[in-house]
Design a protein around this ligand. Sequence first.
Ligand SMILES: Nc1ncnc2c1ncn2[C@@H]1O[C@H](COP(=O)(O)OP(=O)(O)O)[C@@H](O)[C@H]1O
Ligand SMILES: N[C@@H](CCC(=O)OP(=O)(O)O)C(=O)O
Length: 374
Amino acid sequence: MSLAQPLLKARRIVVKVGSSLVTNEGRGVDAAAIGNWCRQLAELAEQGREVVMVSSGAIAEGMKRLGWASRPQELHELQAAAAVGQMGLAQMYETQLRAWGMTSAQVLLTHADLADRERYLNARSTLLTLLSHRVLPVINENDTVVNDEIKFGDNDTLGALVANLVEADALVILTDQKGLYSADPRKHPDAQFVHEAVAGDPALELMAGGAGSSIGRGGMITKILAAKRAAGSGASTVIAWGREPDVLLRLARGETIGTALLASTAKLAARKQWMMDHLQLHGAVSVDAGAAEKLSREGKSLLPIGVTDVQGEFHRGDVIAVLNAQGRELARGLSNYSSAEARLIARKPSADIARALGYAAEAELIHRDNMVLR
Ligand SMILES: Nc1ncnc2c1ncn2[C@@H]1O[C@H](COP(=O)(O)OP(=O)(O)O)[C@@H](O)[C@H]1O
Ligand SMILES: N[C@@H](CCC(=O)OP(=O)(O)O)C(=O)O
């Protein structure tokens, strides 16, 4: 049986690295390890792939800089450590990526940012814009502003949410083990290696234990759940050892290293299903026959020029219906503009949006990737 190669054809990839790898088990930001991944990231970019990095390590690095031997219990102490350590992380990625000719950007996110539809769309647009400029975003949780309830808690979950956000084709989780075993290999040296499985298979959750070191947080269970979440938007996950030589390049060449957790649904179908299940209607726009034809027959985005009427009050990021001249619902999707803005730009060419509003977000009122035909 030949094994799947989730990265071989992946165009957009999210790579997550854990604290113990990034900080060499808490000894401090590991320049050699980060340099190694950055070299590979630059080569992937050279191949025309878009990569987003999700890196942990801020708390571990901050603790080292502050001279703290053990991890504090107090949340604000952890947040302070993260603020200190994030400087070192960002500096290291910036320096190493620049050495390989890459421009990097720092993005700090919280759960609340992605739960709020407007901020979700803003984060998505910013990340996609960075990628379109061939900039490599380096993401971490914004530890300064999070409390227990709204924390991602572990960066595996953040990696999966970013994969959903940018509609990545694949998520790579680099850790201190070769992949998933049938039980925690630190406690069960005879555990069997899992080469491939379907993401979301409940049997996987029984195999996975908690963190193996005092540095990492989530352990294998959060990686299994992250793979399930990433599969929700059609991305397959690979869990692999971060110190495996040329791990990213070899995965991209189709080598079967680590554990592949495969998404069973296609990317766009999964995302659209998610939209249908989660979002309620906030308003509607009527469109002319030309726009109706473009949407229904050609699967195109809805541009403001085709909009003849705007109904209800909605915000950027709300779901609205698209109606034809007879009032039949053709589609629904996420609006890039509020109802007030939509009224100002209706019937106008997209080139006039900036003049009408004083700024332009997107050329489309609803992008086709954010739209489901009825
Ligand atoms: N079934 C399993 N297979 C592999 N590793 C496991 C398993 N169950 C628990 N673990 C533990 O998970 C650890 C990796 O998680 P963690 O320490 O949080 O790393 P990271 O910092 O990379 O997120 C491994 O070192 C291992 O001890
Ligand atoms: N934002 C925290 C993330 C901690 C965390 O999730 O670590 P890990 O389980 O090693 O990915 C930090 O940078 O320290």
